[in-house]
Design a protein around this ligand. Structure first.
Ligand SMILES: [Zn+2]
Length: 343
């Protein structure tokens, strides 16, 4: 048995099929195997399959660790909606609670199990990464300083990338699909509903919106703090969308090229992602906590420089001030998209 319990919300009977329950415990056992390989203690993971996941997540505000304000949690993100969220009840992250949207478990589609398995494997990977990080990872204090905000954004995107890669590994243990030519290969998340294209275009769109926002600030001079907050929030979502798209692309046999081939040459995202991806692939997937900690710390420092460079391309640079920092907004002629407009 894995250290996994499954609860339904509301607890109105046992609609979940027994083979689905069995699959969830199998996935839990695979991720327990990751913990063993990393010499982490067993974890208690509670999976709550909820008819109103956003509400269920909001009710956990105050009873889980972390700095995130869950009181206003919603499921909408750049590139789509989230189907689940992993949180922790204690500091060593050995007690996790995962809230999952029940919709995917109630789907009548014959291949719905692939989606279910991918979503659950991804969230279980978060429970493993959380535990790995608290055992040996880089400590990152909450901060409003741009260079440290940049590290947080890199950490979020790196974590999504690693969770996707671990989910792919977990999923491949579930079974094979037989191809038209009679050969078979391990099942992949992209077998149902590949989403890389949607993530990619949503990220491009969000970047254009950030550029517009900065340009609006230049014209009006109003609400610098709001413009900055929107910029880093959007940057987080953009990087996470690219991380999901890239990991799906890695799994793809039909289209194995990196995401870079599809990123528009003109946007500063291409340069930023090329560098971030090089940084991300150096972080080991399975290993001892100290190794993960060192690799993550190095990748956050290097990745933050890439994010600061991205902001500079959009026209934002920063300097220290007595109480906090200053934001400098460059002339349109030296920032994207206007800088390239004359070519
Ligand atoms: Zn995730």
């Amino acid at each position: 048995m894995s250290g996994l319990v499954v609860h339904l919300d509301p607890p109105d009977g046992a609609w979940m099929e027994s083979h689905t329950l069995k699959m969830l415990h199998w996935l839990g056992a695979v991720v327990d195997g990751f913990r063993e390989r990393s010499e982490l203690p067993r974890a208690a993971v509670e999976l709550i399959v909820s008819d109103d996941a956003a509400a269920a997540i909001r009710t956990l505000h105050g009873s889980v660790v972390g700095v995130e304000d869950l009181g206003n949690f919603t499921m909408e993100r750049v590139g789509g909606v989230v189907a689940a969220k992993t949180m922790f009840r204690n500091d060593d992250h050995s007690e996790a609670v995962v809230i999952l949207d029940s919709t995917i478990f109630k789907s009548p589609a014959a291949d719905a199990w692939v989606t279910q398995a991918h979503v659950v494997a991804h969230e279980l990977a978060h429970t493993y990464i959380g535990q790995l990080r608290s055992a040996g990872g880089a400590h990152l204090a909450p901060s409003y300083l741009p260079s440290e905000v940049a590290q947080w954004l890199v950490r979020f995107a790196l974590e999504e990338y690693l969770a996707d890669r671990l989910a792919a590994l977990t999923l491949s243990s579930l079974g094979s699909v037989t191809l038209p030519d009679g050969t078979s290969r391990p099942v992949r998340s992209a077998d149902v509903g590949p989403v890389a294209g949607e993530f990619l275009s949503a990220a491009g769109q969000a970047l254009c919106e950030v550029a517009d926002l900065i340009s609006r600030y230049r014209n009006t001079g109003h609400d610098l703090a709001g413009m900055w907050r929107s910029t880093y929030t959007a940057t987080e979502q953009i990087l996470i969308a690219l991380a999901h798209a890239e990991s799906e692309r890695e799994e793809s046999v039909e289209n194995p090229s990196s995401l870079l081939a599809d990123l528009d040459d003109v946007t500063p995202l291409r340069t930023a992602w090329a560098e971030l991806y090089e940084i991300f692939i150096r972080v080991p997937l399975l290993g001892p906590p100290a190794e993960f900690g060192a690799a993550e710390a190095a990748s956050l420092a290097a990745g933050a420089r890439v994010v600061l460079q991205l902001w500079e391309e959009l026209g934002l640079t920063f300097s220290d001030a007595d109480e906090g920092f200053r934001i400098h907004v460059a002339h349109p002629s030296s920032s994207w998209p206007y800088r390239d407009a004359g070519d």
